[in-house]
Write a protein that binds this ligand. Structure first.
Ligand code: GDP
Length: 336
């Protein structure tokens, strides 16, 4: 989501008042009779200041898409990253300011019109004072929108229609190697809350099938019970788009985690995601010495033994994913 540049309070007021002075100086050189001129100049200043500031606020409001009309994944993403309620509250405050500026503009235009020429400049100063205080009241909201703009700048562009596989497993088990081997390309990288290297997205095209593979380093790579609520929410946002979890074990334990702790991470992930899990034992090329490996392999359903490094067993993963894809497509058709 692209939020337009958000000015600070001072920038906004500066711009409004500066443009107002310029607009008034054009009137100054016009041929309006002396008495009337002061009133025209001052009301032009009030009108221009209100319009310039209001247009800028409106432009920000209009360019931010309606959060509720976004797909659920993006709503969750925005909520975890900056907070949907805060975002709505700030947009509401901008809307409020637009309304007040409308009112101030018409009030002061009328008052200046009806005033003595000698009062026009005082009324204009009063109007400017009120414009300033309205804008100062939304200072925190402008700051927040600027923060949100920066936070949401590099949102992931996930394909919401593609069959999607989300990779999980401890750091260094070979998740990103596997992602690259499966998709045959450098993944796209975007921001994702609580990920250390951002979210990585790759695509696997097979005949008519398009499979999206996502890795979230820093999120699905540690015990679920260590996560706070907002981290869990970030993780669950993935469930909206995931059709399958692919859990990677490092069969060699060279990642630094024992098979026992990898197994308990596996159980944790399985308890959170209510979707099929494809279980992969990676680094089989290094695994000969791990005596008790078979015990763990036997604990999971349909384990796939691979070496992402050598590309061994990768075709079995693809076949498995294609099978699940077809199953899901059939299910979707049956439900029509
Ligand atoms: P991630 O943190 O889970 O994404 O792990 P990486 O993909 O960055 O891999 C961690 C390290 O393990 C890297 O040095 C990889 O080259 C290595 N690695 C990954 N898969 C294999 C494999 O199947 N065999 C071997 N020997 N090394 C692997």
């Amino acid at each position: 989501m692209i939020i337009p540049t958000v000015p600070t309070t001072d920038e906004l007021l500066d711009k409004g008042f500066r443009r107002a002075r310029k607009a008034a100086s054009l009137k100054r050189s016009s041929k309006i009779p002396g008495q009337k001129k002061a009133k025209v100049i001052e009301s032009t200043r009030v009108q221009t200041a209100c319009q310039v500031i209001r247009d800028r606020l409106k432009m920000i409001i209009q360019r931010i898409p309606d959060i509720e009309s976004l797909p659920e994944f993006y709503q969750d993403y925005i909520d975890v990253t900056v907070g949907v309620d805060e975002l709505k509250k700030s947009l509401g405050a901008l809307n409020w300011a637009v309304g007040i500026l409308n009112q101030l503009e018409s009030d002061y235009m009328t008052r200046i019109k009806r005033s003595k020429p000698s009062d026009a400049s005082r009324l204009r100063r009063e109007a400017f004072g009120r414009i300033s205080s309205v804008i100062k009241r939304i200072d925190g909201d402008l700051d927040f929108l600027d923060f949100a703009k920066n936070k949401l700048r590099n949102m992931p562009t996930v394909d919401l229609d593609a069959f999607t596989v989300v990779i999980a497993g401890f750091p260094n088990v070979g998740k990103s190697t596997l992602l690259r081997t499966l998709t045959g390309a450098e993944p796209e990288v975007a921001d994702y809350p609580f990920t250390t290297k951002g979210i990585q997205i790759g695509h696997l095209e097979r005949k008519w099938k398009r499979i999206q593979v996502i890795d979230t380093p820093g999120l699905l790579d540690r015990p679920v019970e260590d996560m706070n609520n907002i981290e869990l929410q970030a993780m669950v946002a993935l469930e909206n788009i995931a059709d399958v979890i692919m859990f990677i074990f490092d069969a060699s334990e060279t990642c630094g985690y024992t098979l026992e702790s990898q197994y308990s991470l596996y159980l944790g992930i399985r308890s959170v995601f209510d979707i099929p899990i494809v279980t992969v034992f990676n680094k089989m090329d290094l695994a000969e010495n791990v005596k008790y490996l078979e015990e763990y392999i036997n604990r999971v359903e349909d384990p796939l033994k691979v070496s992402a490094f050598e590309g061994r067993g990768v075709s079995k993963i693809i076949k498995k994913l294609e099978g699940l894809y077809e199953k899901e497509t059939r299910k979707a058709h049956d439900n029509v």
